[in-house]
Design a protein around this ligand. Structure first.
Ligand code: DC
Length: 221
């Protein structure tokens, strides 16, 4: 397996990690792993193929044979078994399924290898919940982005509306808090900063300011 450099960017939903990870990867010419998208695609697949989510072995079997393609229809697009699921994976139900699957050891294990496969030269920017704690413990630097729940819900709202997906702000805030709680309290790979992570609170920062801070940390580590 490649030992190319990995930069880990973890944090809760709406902390800006997806946007920041993508800009940092572009700036450095590195590959990008949006690990949340893998959990989301698995969630969409569970629904599509009517898999019983209470049967870990069935979920793991499904995860092992999914044909997921990133970027086939342009940057940021995602395909499952030949069909575009770019919009579908961002819906509330897909978010909820992804969070539920994230608490299942069998699902985490089944997706681990796919995530490790993204580590390729010249380097990787990996975003998620456990990039620095579990999947790439030798990542450097490890960054943990956060922001207030209200700010994060507002960002998600604008993102969805911008993509033409209907959204209701109070519902988003409620769902986000529920997901935070589930992601933080699960026993396996909970959402928490790695011991050696640098925490950046992005509540009052704009995107450029966060990218600059991250690039400074990259240059210094
Ligand atoms: O980053 P995101 O909001 O797209 O992630 C969706 C869900 O997937 C999140 O609520 C929990 C799960 N997830 C995870 O358990 N581990 C990851 N590394 C990434 C996402």
């Amino acid at each position: 397996m490649s030992n190319a450099r990995v930069i880990a960017i973890d944090g809760p939903s709406g902390s800006g990690k997806g946007t920041i990870a993508s800009l940092v990867a572009d700036n450095l010419g590195y590959k990008l792993l949006d690990s949340g998208a893998l959990y989301r695609v698995l969630g969409v697949a569970v629904l599509k193929y009517n898999i019983d989510i209470n049967k870990p072995s069935a979920v793991a079997e499904l995860a092992g044979k999914l044909n997921i393609e990133f970027g086939r229809g342009g940057p940021g697009t995602l395909w499952l078994d030949g069909e575009s699921v770019t919009k579908e994976i961002r819906t509330a139900i897909a978010s909820d399924m992804a969070s539920t699957l994230g608490a299942m050891p069998a699902a985490r294990e089944a997706l681990l290898e796919a995530q490790l496969g993204f580590r390729q030269p010249p380097g990787l920017v990996a975003d998620g919940r456990d990039m620095g704690t579990v999947v790439f413990p030798d990542a450097r630097p490890k960054i943990y982005l956060t922001a207030s729940p209200e700010e994060r819900a507002e960002r998600r709202y604008k993102q969805l509306i911008g993509k033409g997906i209907d959204a209701i702000l109070p519902d988003l805030l409620r769902d986000l808090k529920e997901r935070d709680q589930r992601d933080s309290e699960r026993t396996i790979s909970p959402l928490k900063p790695a011991k050696d992570a640098v925490i950046i609170d992005t509540t009052n920062l704009d995107i450029d300011q966060v990218v600059s801070q991250v690039l400074e940390l990259v240059a210094g580590s």
